[in-house]
Write a protein that binds this ligand. Sequence first.
Ligand SMILES: [Zn+2]
Length: 141
Amino acid sequence: MHELSVCGAIADIVTRHADGRPVRVIHVRVGQLRQVVPDTLAYCWELVSAQTPLAGSRISVESVPARLRCRACGHVTDVGAVPVFACGGCGGFDAEVVSGEEFLVTSLELESASADGAERGDSGAMPGKAKSPEESEGASA
Ligand SMILES: [Zn+2]
């Protein structure tokens, strides 16, 4: 199942960022073109996380609509529920995807974190999305 491999990738990212701290909620941003069903993702997460220190955490999915930019006229089109890869401005098909392929873990809510309980910061991207592997968030004890 597609969502299972997605959850495996999320588990890797979260494990690195949580650094042993208990995680309550994992916020992920998923582009529409990833074709991930949020409910299925949440279900798979329970399976994947069950035998790990991440058991008991849950996933909060933010969906990102797919958008195209037309190479002919520059118009940006929301793809909508049924993907039609044509420009909404001129009807041309020479368009590039400008959003909808995201897959990011955007933040973690830790079980006993200080402050407001949320740790912000852009975190690991999926393999394939080029991004520095170096962690930039400050580690706290
Ligand atoms: Zn166009």
